[in-house]
Design a protein. Structure first.
Length: 235
């Protein structure tokens, strides 16, 4: 709690200057919220909407699958994990995870094809991004990406119960594509990247408004103001 309070206080100057924003959560009927996974890789989930048959898509694995494994352990559901980047793939392949953790070696975007991914500035990090990263753009590598509609058709899923997206800036286009295709998972867990140069809080505010317009309530926001949890309204 103390760490979260410190994080909130540190954000105040950015909020006052218009570079950040304190989003207001909405109370959700029958909304028991619990965190699954580590302090770094965990997410808040509305547990009233999860069971063994739940369809879970987890985009962006990196080197922390604690969220996915926690859901598998608790509910016995299958988690479809997605990440096209080399360090993530090497890390997963070295772990020997349970069979219900299913890895797909492509990413999520608002197009089908190949996109240029810029590597992290720190070679110890794992997160590649399609956003501008001038320091590493000369080392960009193209990886396979697919639209959410395409992935659902490929895997034979008519719906998604939990959609987790930590996709380093590609989330903005994906949200619009979901709205256009009327794809409405029961829950959307998403990390926004307004801290990146060239993105900004205005884009995240517009994305949150778009998700709410699709019929969702915001039930969780992290103390950093980057990780959000939305649940589809029963109304």
């Amino acid at each position: 709690m103390i760490i979260e309070l410190v994080r909130l206080i540190r954000r105040v100057p950015a909020v006052l200057s218009g570079r950040d924003h304190f989003f207001r959560r909405t109370a959700v009927k029958h909304g028991h919220v619990e965190r699954f996974g580590s302090a770094y890789g965990g997410w808040n989930v509305n547990t009233d909407r999860v069971e063994s048959s739940s369809v879970v898509y987890s985009f962006g694995v990196g080197d922390d699958a604690s969220f996915d494994l926690s859901l598998i352990e608790r509910y016995g559901c299958r988690v479809h994990a997605f990440d096209p980047t080399p360090k993530a793939l090497e890390w997963v392949q070295a772990q020997h995870f349970v069979d219900k953790f299913v890895l797909h070696e492509f990413g999520l975007a608002d197009v089908d094809g190949d996109l240029a991914f810029n590597p992290p500035e720190d070679s110890a990090h794992v997160s590649y991004t399609i956003l501008d990263r001038p320091a590493t753009c000369g080392r960009a590598i193209r990886y396979s990406v697919k639209r959410l509609k395409t992935i659902m058709e490929l895997l034979g899923h008519a719906h998604i119960d939990i959609l987790k997206m930590d996709i380093e800036g590609a989330e903005y286009g994906v949200i619009t594509d979901m709205a256009n295709c009327n794809i409405c998972p029961n829950q959307i867990l998403i990390e926004f990247h307004h801290r990146f140069p060239g993105v900004g809080i205005i884009r995240t505010k517009a994305a949150v408004a778009q998700i709410k317009k699709m019929g969702y309530k915001l039930f969780a926001v992290s103390s950093t103001g980057e990780e959000f949890g939305f649940v589809r309204s029963e109304e």
